[in-house]
Design a protein around this ligand. Structure first.
Ligand code: MTE
Ligand code: MO
Length: 325
């Protein structure tokens, strides 16, 4: 087995479809225990979600953009929100749905900075109003060998880049996730170099497919999926799509990225979905579509550039994709 699946205390595996959100009581208990309170204090403790807290699954209207759809069946909201990689909230697929409720998504600001003429700190509400929100259904393929099909909401990252007016020195864009140990229990283990950081070359960042993402399935982004704003780069392995962004920084040199720093021989800067370049420890030729897993279900063939070759292959012409993996 290539992928580490979630395991019960008795050692048996839990299928993704079985992982459901914990009851509110369990969440409260965890929150209070994390805050150093004893279980005896529970009865008197305030609810973890105050009545006036912003609603996390608030509706978000967006026009489907017919240019950015795939024919594949969409993955269920249940799977999209309960089978996650968000190491700031734990390394098991079922951890983020249990733990991400401590993330405070308002107020929230994103600093757009670096090699640009027009640096600006955007409040999350400014971002929501920056450009018309579109619904785009993209494939997301994780380097671990599973994939989903997700109706994201957002607009091309290029909208924000145009407004930033990059200088001639801007060659790359760095994306930085929040790193607050008070909100993110996973930061206490030093698996990755926090803050989570990713990067794109300027032409990749400007590609119309690259989505600044604020929602999915007609609602604001669930916390475990990277609320309140993340990037989605559909032709690259999932880890390039950094969550809960606080900084978008334009730089002149290829920026360090968390997974590349962690294991440079396994995770390159480019990380284009490429069935022909194996991960050193497993093949990348096929993938398991979440929601389709049954005993007899065949794995799908992984497509070059995750199926987006027509829109992106020209950016890599002349590059040896075995060297620039
Ligand atoms: N900040 C942050 N961003 C992250 C990750 C993470 O651990 N932390 N995991 C990445 C990986 S490996 C994947 S596959 C996708 C998963 O996104 P999803 O949980 O919304 O499906 O998020 C990516 N972005
Ligand atoms: Mo991933």
């Amino acid at each position: 087995m290539l992928i580490k699946t979630s395991t019960r205390r008795d050692g048996s595996d839990i299928a993704a479809s079985e992982i459901t959100p914990q009851p509110t009581f369990e969440r409260r208990r965890q929150l209070l225990l994390a805050a150093g309170m004893s279980a005896a204090g529970l009865a008197l403790a305030p609810r973890a979600h105050a009545a006036n807290a912003p609603v996390d699954d608030a509706k978000l209207a967006a026009q489907p953009n017919p240019k950015f759809q795939v024919p594949d069946k969409r993955t269920s909201l249940q799977d999209i929100t309960s089978y996650n990689n968000y190491y700031e909230f734990g390394t098991d697929k079922g951890d983020p749905v249990k733990n991400a409720h401590t993330l405070q998504t308002r107020p929230w600001t994103v600093s757009v900075e670096g090699e640009i003429h027009n640096p600006k700190t955007y409040g999350i509400d400014d971002i929501l109003k920056l450009a018309p929100l579109e619904e785009r259904t993209y494939r997301l393929r994780c380097v671990e060998g599973w994939s989903m099909v997700i109706p994201w909401i957002g607009f091309s990252l290029s909208e924000i880049i145009k407004r930033a007016q990059p200088t001639g020195n801007a060659k790359y864009v760095q994306f930085v996730t929040l790193a607050d140990p008070k909100q993110m229990p996973g930061l206490s283990s030093h698996i990755l170099d926090w803050p989570y950081s990713e990067g794109l070359r300027m032409d990749e960042a400007m590609n119309p497919l690259t989505l600044l993402t604020v929602g999915l399935y007609g609602q604001v982004l669930p916390k475990q999926d990277g609320a309140p704003v993340r990037v989605i780069v559909p032709w690259k392995y999932g880890f390039k799509s950094a969550k809960s962004l606080v900084t978008i920084r334009f730089v002149d040199k290829q920026p360090p990225t968390s997974w590349n720093t962690y294991a440079p021989n396994e995770y390159g800067f480019y990380s284009n979905v490429n069935p022909e370049v194996d991960h050193p420890r497993w093949s990348q030729a096929t993938e398991r579509r979440i929601g389709e897993d049954g005993f007899f279900t065949q794995k799908r063939k992984t497509l070059m550039f995750n199926g987006y070759g027509e829109q992106v292959a020209s950016m890599y012409q002349g590059m040896d994709l075995r060297k620039f993996y």
